[in-house]
Design a binder for this molecule. Structure first.
Ligand code: SF4
Length: 366
C-alpha cells in the first residue's frame, strides 16, 4: 500500500486543472463538493513555522487555527475554489469572520453552520436547510448542481464509509496487519484524495481471515488529531498498537453503524450526520461520550487510553476533565499528552510514554 504524498498529490491535481477548495476542520458534506467537481483539501496541521498568523490571533488560540491561518495567508496557488469553514468551534467561527471580513482574501469564503446538541426533528430540518444553503451558494459560482453527480458522490461516500467500517472492525480484532503510522496515514488520506482514488487505496488493504496473534500493548487514542508521526513511530517501536480511536480527524467522522445505500442524497447526508459518534465539537452530552468511550474500549480490548490534547482546544478541554474522572473511576489507565503540532518528540514525553506502557504491561502480568 503506497499512500500518496499530500502535497505532491494536490499539486498534480492542480496541474490537471482540478478545482481545489481548502476546508478547515471538521464536519462538512464532502459529497456536495465532489458533486460540483471540487476536491476538498482539508487544512488541519499543515507543516511550517507560524510567521504571519500570530499578528492576527490571540496567544491562547489553538495551533490548528494558527496553522490554518498561516496556510491561508500564504495564498497557496493550488487552492482555486476558495475556503470552507465548518462551524466546529468558536475559534474557527471567529477565524472565518476574520478571513472574510478583516483580512480580506481574494478567494471566496464559505461557512457551514452544522447543528450542535442532541438529535431532534428540528435539528434535522435545520441541517437540511444548511445543506441546501451551501448548495445554493456553490451554484452561484459553479453552476447548477447535477442531481446525478450528487447521487454518484453519495454512492462513493457510502462505499468509503462501508469499507471503513470493515477496516475498523478488522483493526480492533487484530486482522489488519498495518503499523500505527500506516493506519493513520490511510485514514487521513481522504483529507486530500479524490474519492475514487481513495477507494482504490482502501481496497489495497488486506484484511486477514485469521486473527494475527500479537503480544502488543493495546491503546485507544482520543482527541482531535492522532499523535504525530514521531510519536506513532515510537509507539510502533515499543510494540504498542493503537487499536481504536475517538478522534475528530478519525472515527468521529465515520457513521457509528453501516448505513443503507443512498436513495435520496439530502436524506442520506442528513442521516449520515446524525449517525456520527458523539463529539465535543457537536456538544453531545458528557454521559453519551463517556458511555461511547467505555464501549469502544471494551470492544477493542484496549488496556488504556491516550488523550492527545491539542493545546488550547476549548471543546476538548471542556469534556476532558469529566471523561478523565469517569474513566478513572472505572479503573481505566490514562495518559494525557498535549500537542502544539510541532514535529519532534521530547525525551520527557518519551519517558512518560514508556512509564505508562510499563505500567500497563505490569497490570497484564500481575
Ligand atoms: S483544535 Fe479545538 S479549538 Fe482548535 S480548531 Fe479544532 S476544535 Fe477548534
Amino acid at each position: 500500500m503506497i499512500i500518496p504524498n499530500r502535497s505532491e498529490y494536490l499539486k498534480q491535481q492542480a496541474r490537471n486543472g482540478q478545482k481545489i477548495m481548502g476546508v478547515l476542520p471538521a464536519l462538512y458534506p464532502r459529497e456536495l463538493l465532489w458533486a460540483f467537481d471540487i476536491l476538498p483539501a482539508e487544512i488541519w496541521d499543515p507543516p511550517g513555522d507560524i510567521l504571519q498568523a500570530n499578528a492576527h490571533l490571540q496567544t491562547t488560540i489553538c495551533p490548528v487555527v494558527k496553522q490554518g491561518l498561516e496556510f491561508i495567508l500564504k495564498d497557496p496557488e493550488i487552492v482555486t475554489a476558495g475556503y470552507l469553514f465548518p462551524h466546529t468551534c468558536d475559534s474557527l467561527q471567529n477565524l472565518a469572520t476574520q478571513v472574510k471580513d478583516l483580512i480580506g482574501i481574494s478567494a471566496p469564503v464559505y461557512t457551514f453552520y452544522n447543528p450542535k446538541g442532541a438529535f431532534r426533528q428540528a435539528t434535522r430540518n435545520y441541517y437540511q436547510d444548511v445543506l441546501r444553503e451551501l448548495q445554493t451558494t456553490l451554484e452561484q459560482l459553479h453552476g447548477p448542481c447535477d442531481p446525478e453527480k450528487l447521487q454518484t458522490a453519495c454512492q462513493l461516500g457510502f462505499k468509503i464509509d462501508t469499507r471503513w467500517n470493515e477496516l475498523q472492525k478488522a483493526w480492533m480484532s487484530d486482522q489488519l496487519p498495518v503499523t500505527n503510522q500506516e493506519y493513520f496515514g490511510l485514514m487521513r488520506a481522504l483529507e486530500y484524495m479524490q474519492p475514487a482514488d481513495y477507494l482504490e487505496l482502501l481496497d489495497q488493504v488486506t484484511v486477514q481471515d485469521q486473527t494475527v496473534i500479537r503480544n502488543d500493548t493495546r491503546l485507544l487514542v482520543s482527541g482531535i488529531l492522532p499523535p504525530d508521526i514521531e510519536t506513532l513511530s515510537f509507539l510502533d517501536e515499543l510494540k504498542v498498537r493503537i487499536v481504536a480511536d475517538d478522534l475528530l480527524a478519525g472515527s468521529r467522522r465515520i457513521p457509528i453503524v453501516c448505513m443503507d445505500p443512498p436513495y435520496d442524497p439530502m436524506e442520506h447526508l442528513t442521516d449520515r450526520f446524525f449517525m456520527l459518534p458523539p463529539c465535543s465539537t457537536r456538544a453531545n452530552s458528557l454521559a453519551e461520550r463517556s458511555h461511547y468511550l467505555k464501549t469502544l474500549i471494551a470492544k477493542s480490548d484496549a488496556q488504556g487510553v491516550l488523550f492527545n490534547i491539542v493545546k488550547f482546544c476549548e471543546p476538548e478541554l471542556f469534556d476532558h476533565q469529566f471523561l478523565v474522572k469517569s474513566l478513572k473511576s472505572a479503573g481505566l489507565p490514562l495518559l494525557n499528552l498535549e500537542t502544539e503540532l510541532q514535529p519532534g518528540l521530547s525525551g520527557q514525553t518519551k519517558t512518560r510514554i514508556e512509564a505508562f506502557i510499563e505500567m500497563l504491561d505490569d497490570q497484564v502480568t500481575a
